[in-house]
Design a protein around this ligand. Structure first.
Ligand code: ZN
Length: 333
């Protein structure tokens, strides 16, 4: 998402939140209002066995301005200094402020900064996902790109994040993990959120060949299903609930139909909206996990401060999660 597209007057938001509360559970901010009791330690005798603790950091939007470098570093330190330290970071995409509409020097500056902070402040293993703002040059008018450059599109992000594929899956700690690529080129609209045919066919095969007893977590940058994607003031003007195809997967129906066939899919995690919510649908929990940059480094975004989610995965296929603020309230601006 971009910051301009989602400015919603607070009173409207509260109304919308009240409306939505009966349908879906909205997630909470760590210390302020927890979503669920967390299972700290998680491995006490007689309890289920925790097999992996993930810190899901999404929407860093790293840039030289607004102290983003300092605070992203602080966020990484906060993760690693937790009393119950996560095993791994899942980087949910939008690592940099924007690559879509900037020239080579600005894109390079942002990626260099992101890599520098990761090198200096992160000693945990990281699994990366590509966000829409990580794509270089698709807004050719603004970026000046022709489309023929070696680093055009997702190539730059894949090189910077050391990714061989734009989507992939892997096994770890008795779980199966799928990382999707949500961002598809859409001519003058720049991008839309959906899976291309090749990726959808791969996803079908990947789910089919995964042991049916193995629990699955899916990470995408853009949510497949999200409650907070509905918080747009246009809805109240038009009287029609509308969610742009840039905010939430436009192929959500096709994806949920596929996912619904596999009872071992437990949780789908995303970012992009910069808000925190949880939708439980047909046996799968869809978590939208806020943003490290909050309101694009200008403070909290609507109800949610800059933060990240911690997700505990258990051997029996269950999970729990909480959203943690790491202390930054923004410099204004
Ligand atoms: Zn995004």
């Amino acid at each position: 998402m971009s910051s301009k597209s989602t400015r919603v007057p607070r009173r409207d938001l509260l109304k919308a939140a009240g409306l939505a509360a009966g349908v879906v559970g909205l997630g909470g901010v760590a210390e302020a209002f927890p979503t669920k009791p967390t299972n700290r330690g998680g491995m006490r005798a007689g309890e289920k066995t925790r097999v992996l603790r993930i810190a899901h950091l999404t929407d860093m939007h790293v840039q030289p301005e607004l102290e983003a470098e300092r605070w992203f570093g602080d966020c990484l330190r906060h993760v690693q200094e937790l009393e119950d330290k996560p095993d791994i970071i899942f980087q949910g995409g939008d690592a940099i402020m924007d690559g879509l509409g900037v020239g080579v020097p600005r894109a390079r500056l942002q990626w260099d900064l992101f890599k520098k902070i990761m090198r200096s402040s992160c000693s945990l293993p990281v699994e990366h996902c590509i966000g829409n703002h990580d794509v270089w040059g698709w807004n050719q008018q603004k970026s000046g790109a022709t489309g023929r450059e070696n680093l055009y599109g997702k190539a730059w992000a894949m090189e910077a994040l050391d990714l061989k594929e734009r989507y992939r899956s892997f096994d770890k700690a008795g779980w199966h993990f799928i990382v999707l690529d949500s961002t598809m080129n859409a001519a003058e609209k720049i991008y839309t959120a959906r899976l291309d045919q090749e990726q959808f066919a791969w996803l079908q095969q990947d789910l089919e060949r995964t042991d049916k007893e193995t629990p699955i977590l899916i990470m995408s940058h853009i949510p497949i299903i999200s409650a907070s994607a509905y918080f747009d003031e246009e809805n109240e003007k038009t009287g029609v609930w509308m969610v742009p195809d840039k905010w939430m997967h436009i192929d959500a129906r096709r994806i949920k139909n596929l996912l619904g066939k596999y009872k071992n899919i437990k949780v789908c995690i995303s970012g992009h909206i910069h808000l925190v919510d949880r939708v439980d649908y047909n046996g799968i929990s869809y978590l939208c996990n806020g943003a490290v940059c909050g309101n694009w480094w200008k403070g909290p975004y609507q109800e949610y401060p800059p933060g990240y989610a911690v997700i505990n995965l258990y051997a029996d296929g269950s999970f729990d999660h909480e959203y943690k603020a790491y202390g930054w309230q923004g410099t204004g601006g």
